[in-house]
Design a binder for this molecule. Structure first.
Ligand code: TYD
Length: 206
């Protein structure tokens, strides 16, 4: 059986982890071995990078920030994601290099092609088979995040304009690669979203 690499993307508070977990449950019921992981922080090294990049008090230079996410990604793909895919497993991951292009590219205003190329180098060009983009209006996302009462997070704490740029960045990525992306309105009911995602993934399995 060949491996399948599925990534979930979208703004903070768009419900990626809920949908990733539901899809993992469904695929496990279908008899597939599923690896659930995330970036940043899918490995022990990645957890240290995650702590630095998300919880450091004070600024981090945008290029340094892009390199930190890329470093996390390089180690994660080399030690966890690629080996699982080579064993024929399904990898379901919260965030991947599209997040770097949207947040560091569109959000921090670095060159999108350079940010993408950095990730491609870091991962030896590993691309997802399917990317689910959960698109959500920034103001709705903000309300969800404020209600969640999470600890301080440098990226979530950015201004509304930053999150609007990130959202537009994701939508541009999806428009450029319609075969890889499935774009869904994250405000839809959970079960409706889960069903649309299963339909898309089913095509990949058959
Ligand atoms: P996380 O708590 O995992 O966010 P969420 O629950 O919304 O997925 O934090 C990840 C944060 O890091 C999120 O704000 C997006 C940001 N990020 C980047 O800026 N670039 C990246 O390449 C990745 C993977 C994440």
């Amino acid at each position: 059986m060949s491996g399948l690499f599925i990534t979930f993307e979208g703004g903070d508070g768009s419900g990626k982890s809920t949908q990733a977990s539901l899809l993992a449950e469904w695929l496990t019921e279908q008899g597939r071995t599923v690896v659930r992981t995330r970036e940043p922080g899918g490995t022990d090294v990645g957890l240290e990078v995650r702590n630095l990049v998300l919880h450091h008090r004070g600024d981090i230079d945008p290029r340094a920030e892009a390199l930190l996410y890329a470093a996390d990604r390089a180690h994660h793909v080399a030690t966890l994601v690629r080996p699982a895919l080579e064993r024929g497993e399904v990898v379901i991951q919260d965030r991947y290099f599209d997040s770097s292009v949207a947040y560091q590219g569109a959000g921090r205003v670095l060159n999108a092609t350079e940010v993408r190329d950095l990730s491609l180098w870091a991962t030896d060009s590993l691309l997802p088979d399917v990317t689910v983009l959960l698109d959500l209006d920034e103001t709705v996302a903000r309300t969800r995040l404020d209600a969640a009462d999470k600890p301080f997070d440098r990226l979530e704490n950015e201004k509304a304009e930053f999150h609007a740029r990130v959202r537009a960045g994701f939508l541009a990525l999806a428009a450029a690669e319609p075969q890889r992306f499935v774009v869904l309105d994250a405000a839809l009911p959970i079960e409706e979203l889960a069903s649309a995602i299963r339909t898309r993934v089913q095509q990949e399995l058959s």
